[in-house]
Structures are given as C-alpha cells and as structure tokens.
Design a protein. Structure first.
Length: 120
C-alpha cells in the first residue's frame, strides 16, 4: 500500500491576542473526504480538515488530495469505517499533514493539537 498526500491549501488563524501557548485547549475536527477517482491499482481522495480549538483560540484548515495505491484488498480496509470510527485513511492523512499543523501552531504561538487526534 502506498499513500501520497498533497496539501493544496492551508489557512491558520489566531483568534485571540493573548499569550495562549500553554493554555489547555481541546481541538474539534470537521472532516470532509470525497472519493474523486477510482482506478485499478489506486484511488484518489479529496480531503479537508477544519480544526477549531475550545476555548476558541485558533482555527486551522488544511485541504488537499490523497492517492492510495495498492490492490483492492489493501485499499478497501483503509476506506471503510467500522463501529462508527473514522476510516483508517483519515488517520494516515492526518499523520502526513501533522508536521505542517505543528509548525503553523508554533508560528501563531497557539497550543498544538495532539498528534493522535484522529486515531480511533
């Protein structure tokens, strides 16, 4: 299985003027994923992650595309969500874009979301 993630758009906003780097926050995530192409050997997905902190100190948006390469038997488990948990591909995409999110939070001097935020 091969996963290629391309970030196409990033938006980051600090919503308060105060120093909030060490403030305890919880990030809520809204996710949009759409299968854009399906071919033998690979599947294309468009994704958008919208992370908003509570209390409201930051909002981060990352969107792009992911291409999953592999056999049907390798790709299908990544796309299916069982027991109301998010599909595994979502956690894999988040792992790939987390470094960018971390750097943005450092630049804005806001708390970082957890690296494990998207794990089931």
């Amino acid at each position: 299985m091969d996963l290629r993630v391309t970030v196409e758009r990033i938006t980051a906003d600090k919503l308060v003027a105060d120093d909030v780097v060490n403030k305890d926050v919880l990030y809520r995530v809204n996710v949009t994923m759409t299968e854009t192409e399906k071919n033998p050997g690979w599947t294309g997905i468009a994704f958008a992650l919208d992370l908003t902190s509570e209390p409201s100190v930051a909002r981060l948006q990352v969107s792009g595309t992911a291409v999953i390469g592999g056999t049907r038997d390798e790709v299908l488990p990544l796309l299916s969500s069982g027991n109301q948990s998010p599909p595994l591909v979502l956690a894999k995409i988040y792992e790939r874009v987390y470094g960018t999110i971390y750097v943005l939070c450092d630049a804005l001097q806001v708390p970082h979301p957890l690296p494990t935020l998207m794990q089931a």
